[in-house]
Design a protein around this ligand. Structure first.
Ligand code: NAD
Length: 477
């Protein structure tokens, strides 16, 4: 049932100019399931021209009509959700139920942004002189170049597409080559909803070639990227050179502070479930667990027991609760992190090694006593790997939470609201979630600080990156 993916340029699905394709592989068995068209320069030029024409049309389309088109796309995405979820599970590995949740959240995002399209207000500034009118308007910034990864093929793309389209921008999205079909299904929903040709364009290819070409391209006025910090810094620098605003949703290394007054069994259960979502390949995945010393043993036992309940397998099997890693690179990277930590004196509680001959399976892995010099204490694992360590004072936990340059998500488990708010004021992060994993809804802001990037996706702020402020004044007699 897997479908090959093409480029979507100027309202048409088409092969790349040179007819080249890239393979798509099922991460559960390593077998090729299909292909994705590879864009060349000629395709990118065509997409840039289309995006300019699409922008000219879309920015003048009333916000109310744009919102209606978005809402239709959400209806279509929901209608086809089961099919999109199956495609995503086949190409990405995650369980179908999880993929379905992602598709439905994608529809929520579109609906939310449709509402924001109708709320992109300007304002009137009282003037100093009689008869003077002063207006501030919020206008679409222009054609957007967006780059989205393979961990949430729909969720990462929908934030950028819906944000740009709500604001009146057109977009060229470079989708994930490893998981193209579900991203293409999202774009099809916008196509069927009646989005005019050129407003939304989807390309795949060699990521570096596409970004190096599109970011400086005169047609492009805004850059949005989700991916690793190292690539994000490179793309932000390139955009800066060409004076283009950026949104950067980058990596994290989320600390979790578990206080002695927390509900320990509930915290352990929630952590194991959230850590294994998308096999830990999420920028907000909990990674460094800091546990107050008196409950350390009890919490670790409960966490290990909760991980025992994880059923790793093919995402198409309804019994599976955690799929394979999306690609073999992640398995190699996780094994290397574990080996490094063990060589430096860490202790392995569970997991640590790939499973099986076929597919990219890597089990939940818990490391204790990993020294601060080990790679896992400094690099984003992007997999079901976490560390546990005890803390004596809240101050030392805060210091450890803020030690790394990342600042995306952080988590706290405590029975004390006052303690939680104190931690909110002290931990350098874009988002803090207390006693649950409550991040990433359409109506709430999502984004990081420091090396985790800047700009927000989600919430009332999500339209901001796609708008620019203009001022109008007139002496009217
Ligand atoms: P990677 O750094 O090569 O790629 C990460 C993403 O960036 C991919 O989608 C890729 O297509 C894109 N990319 C890479 N180079 C690019 C370039 N020059 N121009 C435009 N796009 C580019 O590594 P990877 O093996 O795919 O993923 C590994 C790391 O990436 C992970 O450890 C994680 O830190 C990060 N990552 C983060 C997210 C996220 O949601 N923030 C998602 C996927 C990967």
């Amino acid at each position: 049932m897997y479908t090959d993916s093409q480029l979507f340029i100027d309202g048409e699905w088409r092969a790349g100019a040179d007819g080249l394709v890239l393979p798509v592989v099922n991460p559960a068995d390593g077998l090729r399931i299909g292909s994705v068209a590879k864009a060349e320069r000629a395709d990118l030029d065509r997409a840039a021209d289309a995006a300019m024409r699409g922008f000219a049309l879309w920015r003048d389309t009333p916000a109310h009509s744009r919102a209606e088109t978005l809402r239709s796309a959400a209806v279509i995405l929901r209608r086809d959700a089961e099919m999109s979820a199956r495609l995503m599970s086949l190409e990405q590995g995650k369980p179908v139920a999880e993929a379905l949740g992602e598709v439905l959240r994608g529809a929520e995002f579109i609906d939310w942004m449709a509402g924001e399209a109708q709320r992109a207000y300007g304002r009137v500034i009282p003037a100093r002189g009689a008869g003077v009118l002063q207006l501030v308007t919020r206008e679409p910034v222009g054609p957007v170049a967006a780059f989205t990864p393979w961990n949430f093929p729909i969720n990462q793309a929908v934030r950028k597409i819906a944000g740009a389209l709500a604001a009146g921008c057109s977009i060229i999205i470079k989708g994930p080559e490893e998981t193209p079909a579900s991203c293409a299904a999202l774009v099809r929903a916008f196509e069927e909803a009646g989005t005019p040709a050129g407003v939304i364009n989807l390309v795949f290819g060699t990521p570096a070639e596409i970004s190096e070409y599109l970011i400086p391209h005169p047609a492009i006025r805004k850059v949005s990227f989700t991916g690793s910090t190292v690539v994000g810094k490179h793309l932000a620098a390139l955009a800066g050179l060409h004076m283009k605003p950026v949104t950067m949703e980058l990596g994290g290394h989320a600390p979790v502070i578990v206080c002695a007054d927390a509900d320990i069994p509930a915290a352990a259960q929630a952590l194991a479930a959230f850590k294994t979502r998308t096999s830990g390949q999420s920028c907000i995945s909990p990674t460094r667990l800091l546990i107050e010393a008196p409950v350390y043993g009890r919490f670790v036992d409960a966490l290990l027991a909760a991980f025992e309940g994880v059923k790793m397998g093919d995402g198409g099997d309804p019994a599976t609760t955690m799929g394979p890693m999306a690609n073999p690179r992640r398995v190699d990277a996780l094994e290397a992190l574990v080996e490094d930590a063990l060589a430096k004196g860490a202790r392995l509680h569970i997991g640590g090694k790939r499973r099986g001959e076929a597919g990219n399976f890597f089990p939940p892995t818990v490391l204790a006593e990993a020294p601060v010099t080990s790679r896992i204490m400094n690099e984003e694992p992007f997999g079901p790997l976490l560390t546990v360590q005890p803390f004596e004072t809240l101050e030392s936990a805060i210091t450890e939470a803020n030690r790394l340059p990342y600042g995306l998500a952080a988590y706290v488990f405590t029975g004390s609201p006052a303690k939680a708010r104190h931690l909110y004021s002290r931990i350098e992060c874009g988002m803090l979630s207390v006693n649950h994993f409550g991040l990433g809804s359409a109506e709430t802001p999502f984004g990081g600080v420091r090396d985790s990037g800047f700009g927000v996706e989600g919430g009332a702020e999500a339209i901001e990156p796609y708008l620019q402020t203009r001022f109008y004044t007139s002496l009217e007699r």
